[in-house]
Write a protein that binds this ligand. Sequence first.
Ligand SMILES: Nc1ncnc2c1ncn2[C@@H]1O[C@H](COP(=O)(O)OP(=O)(O)OP(=O)(O)O)[C@@H](O)[C@H]1O
Ligand SMILES: [Mg+2]
Length: 251
Amino acid sequence: MIKNSIVIEAKDLNKSLVVSQQGSTDANSKEMLQILQDIKFKVSQGESVAITGISGSGKTTLLGLLAGLDVPTSGEVILLDQNLSSLDEDQRAALRLGKVGFVFQSFHLMDNLTALENVMLPLELDGNLSLKNNDIRARAEDALKEVGLEHRMAHLPTQLSGGEQQRVALARAFVSNPIILFADEPTGNLDSNTGNEIIELLFSMQQQNNTTLVLVTHDDALADRCQTHYRIDAGQIMNARKSMNESKIAS
Ligand SMILES: Nc1ncnc2c1ncn2[C@@H]1O[C@H](COP(=O)(O)OP(=O)(O)OP(=O)(O)O)[C@@H](O)[C@H]1O
Ligand SMILES: [Mg+2]
């Protein structure tokens, strides 16, 4: 149970990577690449938050840290009242189960499973639910109906268009009624009309379920539809709606 309305808190997050220096005469030459610097912010339950920034600015890296898919070099993430640094990888996965959903640019569906089986999967994996198979199927069918794919349930991902695959991914993300949805460029691989349809669906499902949304996007117009808009620039996070001088969150 969530004790307060803050569902994500980033505390002084830093992420650096050691990378080999290409072109150096010394084969062992390494360089420290600082990707994120002193990132701090809080996200409330039901809030929609956009994260923008140029390519390579660290948006996906930040999402990975917030979701506990990756670990920071220093700093902490409190996700659903749990300090992720006190959890190992399996415990972080267990925390996400049924509570955290994902939508990615490249859909990430299981190619050997039908649309229906893809949407059933998170419910089958969640041992806490102990749902009967028929109930799992019924919930997955409802989720696919909600995204307008009742006529494509038996299709494999390769038999679906990009927009249809992203609808399946949305149904899979929302079928567990997650508290938080992380979306990383969910329209990046779609034409603009299809992308707009997916976005309408995403916001409508988010509002209907009061899901907390953390949306990574290149698109400032899309970011403006979120309640909060942060921009990552030179590793730091800014509130994109304030003027440059007062926008640094860390100050
Ligand atoms: N495993 C890695 N090894 C070395 N560098 C990495 C690694 N992962 C990410 N980076 C670097 O970290 C930086 C941030 O990457 P990230 O994928 O978070 O950017 P992004 O803002 O999501 O970009 P895009 O908009 O293109 O998706 C980039 O400079 C990238 O090259
Ligand atoms: Mg990215």
